[in-house]
Design a protein around this ligand. Structure first.
Ligand code: NDP
Length: 499
């Protein structure tokens, strides 16, 4: 009796908690054991830079200096490559099961110092302690564990073919997941018998240098891993060094293209993990509450400093109003502030430069006619912060729908048909990830086939596992990290031919 039910139904009260109560501060208090100054890590020791120069690492939560970091110049990068080249033959000749033991030890030592590393990561990068504690550090350890397991199984990487290490690998990583990106890079390289020269990002070098202490404690032979710190010029030296057999880069598409131009004409093996502008697609049969949580996780995890962030929400028209109104309510209760507080959902933006970029792109969205929504939000007086932001009325030509913002800003578009959703999702130069929310398995299969993205999550988002390969298409790069596929980028196959 639908008519009668309508007559008696009362409007459902919306459950909005908002600022109904205050949370007491819950700061994480573990000592990050920071040093006032960090040197380069070359040949198994901490050494002063031949350049004689240092730069400051700032805590983005309060703009205070955390430590001084050595700046590697050409002679330092050269020394790191020489140390790695000396270490290569004995390391490659070490039986895989022995190499695996080193990786296993590194993972265990990282677990032992997990709280200290989580605090250091949060202070250096600005991410909430909940994330560095529950995601970054455990996932970094998991990558070392996973690759420890592969080290003695080289015969099974490509069954029937033998594999050999490449030599010295030059690696450059970004600031959004400093320790985790480092683990993604060095664990497979080492497991396969390569040596490494790695440059962390200028704003987040500290956990790499703390990991160097762990490498020493694990007894890793000197020179197998070398860390050279500095800015983009140091990165260019690492990528361009003639002794590199392979380079692996994670960072922006713009810098990735510059490196490829720099290396054009060389026979160097390359992996490029670049930017993204992922579509998170919600159909009308999706479980809306779960989808809203997935959308929030997709764009606000790590303040949106995530290459695979679901930064474009494509929502089916029949449920668009419902999804948007629940999203607004949900982001009203996100807590922005001190990254070391265990209640914080959104911490600090990594740097003043990144904050300026977010503001520029948000201003372009307003100028181009999209509607901005930001909940009332008290931001700390010092430090780099930005509130969670939604844009509705976005069209495909808006800059906020096309460019990677790398901040807590969601651009919302709508669609009517499955074909339109696919067309809009693929209408981007990037191809790193995508999300699909629907009750229909057949639709998930179709979408995952037709979406041009390295990863397609179904009824979830931002799920990672060391055994699952990750990487992009188009301007999001090439090569894979993680899983068996990730190993193939660190080996040469005997007998020619691709696997
Ligand atoms: P950048 O490209 O600016 O920097 C990445 C790294 O490259 C940093 O260590 C940087 O040094 C260094 N670098 C800068 N210029 C050069 C150069 N000419 N040659 C060699 N190295 C150089 O990216 P961000 O650090 O700003 O990171 C954000 C980007 O990374 C986003 O686009 C994001 O999507 C992408 N990313 C991709 C991932 C993936 O797996 N596909 C994962 C994580 C991030 P410095 O920091 O000192 O400037």
């Amino acid at each position: 009796m639908p008519a009668r039910r309508r007559a008696t139904a009362r409007p459902r009260a919306a459950l909005i908690f908002g600022d109904l109560w205050e949370f007491d501060p819950a700061p994480e208090t573990a000592d990050p054991r920071l040093k006032p100054r960090y040197e380069l890590f070359i040949g198994g020791s901490f050494v002063r830079p031949r350049s004689g120069r240092y730069f400051d690492s700032i805590n983005p939560a309060n703009e205070r200096r955390l430590a001084e970091i050595a700046l590697a110049g050409p002679a330092d990068v050269d020394a790191a490559y020489q140390a790695a080249a000396r270490a290569f033959r004995p390391w490659a000749a070490t039986p895989g099961r022995e190499r695996g033991k080193y990786l296993f030890r590194i993972a265990r030592l990282l677990q032992d110092r997990a709280r200290e590393f989580a605090v250091a990561e949060t202070m250096d990068g600005g991410k909430p302690i909940r994330e560095s504690r529950d995601f970054d550090v455990p996932m970094a350890a998991a990558h070392f564990f996973y690759h420890a397991g592969w080290a003695d199984k080289l015969d099974y990487v490509v069954p029937g073919r033998s594999v050999a290490p490449l030599g010295v690998v030059g690696q450059v990583i970004p600031w959004n997941f400093p320790l985790l990106m480092l683990a993604w890079k060095i664990a497979p390289a080492l497991a396969m018998g390569n040596c490494v020269v790695l440059k962390p990002a200028e704003t987040t070098s500290i956990t790499a240098l703390k990991l160097a202490e762990i490498l020493q404690d694990a007894g890793l032979p000197p020179g197998v891993v070398n860390f050279v710190t500095g800015a983009g010029e140091t990165g260019a030296l690492v990528m361009g060094h003639p002794a590199a057999s392979k380079v692996a880069f994670t960072g922006s598409t713009e810098v990735g293209k510059a490196i490829m131009r720099q290396l054009a004409g060389t026979d160097r093996k390359m992996t490029m993990e670049l930017g993204g502008k992922a579509a998170n697609i919600v159909f009308d049969d999706a479980p809306i509450d779960q989808a809203v949580e997935g959308i929030v996780n997709g764009i606000f995890f790590n303040q949106g400093h995530v290459c695979c962030a679901g930064s474009r929400l494509l929502v089916h028209e029949p449920v668009a109003d419902r999804v948007i109104s629940r999203l607004r309510n949900r982001i009203r209760v996100l807590r922005v502030g001190d990254p070391l507080d265990k209640n914080t959902d959104l911490g600090a933006i990594n740097s003043g430069a990144q904050l300026a970029k977010i503001r520029r792109l948000v201003a372009s969205g307003v100028r181009e006619g999209a509607s901005l929504f930001q909940p009332p939000c008290r931001l700390p007086a010092r430090g780099f912060y930005y509130p969670p932001t939604l844009f509705t009325g976005v069209t495909q030509s808006h800059r906020i729908a096309r460019e990677e913002i790398f901040g807590p800003v969601l651009s919302i578009l709508t669609f009517r048909t499955v074909d339109e959703a696919i067309e809009k999702a693929n209408n981007t130069p990037y191809g790193l990830s995508a999300g699909v929310w629907t009750d229909k398995g057949s639709r998930i299969l179709r979408m995952s086939t037709e979406l041009k993205a390295g990863v397609v999550w179904a009824n979830t988002f931002n799920r990672f596992d060391p055994s699952s390969p990750f990487g992009g298409y188009k301007e999001s790069g090439f090569g894979r990290e993680g899983g068996r596929q990730g190993l193939l980028d660190y080996v040469r196959l005997a007998g020619g031919g691709e696997p």
